[in-house]
Write a protein that binds this ligand. Structure first.
Ligand SMILES: [Cu+2]
Length: 180
C-alpha cells in the first residue's frame, strides 16, 4: 500500500510538471524561430532513456565565475529514422541551452537552436565552433575532474544520458577566440 501511495504522488507531480511546461510554452506564439527553453530536470527525469541513441566522449569546458560553461559530445543515432535534439538538462546546472556557433562574414556568432536533427544511422558532433550546450547557474560547486550527468532531450520525449567530464577552460582553444 505504501508503495502504491508513493507512485500516486510521483504520478501527480509529473502531471503537474508537464502541464506547467505546456503552459509556459503555450503562451508565446514564437515556436517557429524561438529557440529551446530550459527544461526542468524533474520533467526530463520522467522520460524514458532512448534506445539506440548514444552520446559519447561528453565533456564540459568549465569557465570561471558565472561565465557559462560549454558542453560537447558525439551523438550516435543507430536508428532507422532520424532523431531531433530539442533540449538538454544537467544535474549540476539549472540552465542548459542548445547553441550553435555560426561563422558569417568572418565573424563568429552563436545563437540558440530549437532543433538539431541527426540522420538515421548518422552521428553528429557537438564541438567548439559548432553545436554545443551552454550550461549556466551551477547549483553546486563544479570543479575540474568532476563528472556531470547530462540528459539530452529528443523531440520524441526520450532522453540520452551522458556522463560528462569537467575540463579546464583552456582545454581546447579554437580560432573563434572568446566564443565557443
Ligand atoms: Cu553558446
Amino acid at each position: 500500500m505504501k508503495f502504491l501511495k508513493f507512485m500516486a504522488v510521483v504520478g501527480f507531480q509529473s502531471v503537474m510538471a508537464a502541464s506547467a511546461w505546456a503552459d509556459s510554452h503555450g503562451n508565446h506564439g514564437q515556436q517557429g524561430h524561438h529557440a529551446s527553453k530550459p527544461m526542468s530536470g524533474e520533467m526530463v527525469q520522467q522520460m524514458p532513456v532512448a534506445e539506440n541513441v548514444k552520446a559519447e566522449n561528453c565533456w564540459l569546458r568549465l569557465l570561471p565565475g558565472s561565465a557559462p560553461s560549454a558542453g560537447y559530445f558525439l551523438l550516435h543515432n543507430n536508428r532507422s529514422e532520424s532523431v531531433v535534439v530539442v533540449a538538454a538538462v544537467a544535474d549540476a546546472f539549472d540552465d542548459v541551452m542548445v547553441h550553435q556557433t555560426r561563422h558569417e562574414n568572418g565573424l563568429s556568432r552563436m545563437a540558440m537552436v530549437s532543433e538539431v536533427p541527426v540522420a538515421a544511422g548518422g552521428q553528429l558532433e557537438f564541438k567548439p565552433g559548432s553545436y554545443h550546450l551552454m550550461l549556466e547557474k551551477a547549483n553546486r560547486p563544479v570543479q575540474v575532474g568532476d563528472l556531470v550527468e547530462v540528459s539530452i532531450v529528443l523531440k520524441s520525449n526520450e532522453r540520452v544520458v551522458a556522463s560528462c567530464e569537467v575540463k579546464p577552460a583552456g582545454t581546447l582553444k579554437h580560432s573563434a577566440g572568446m566564443s565557443h
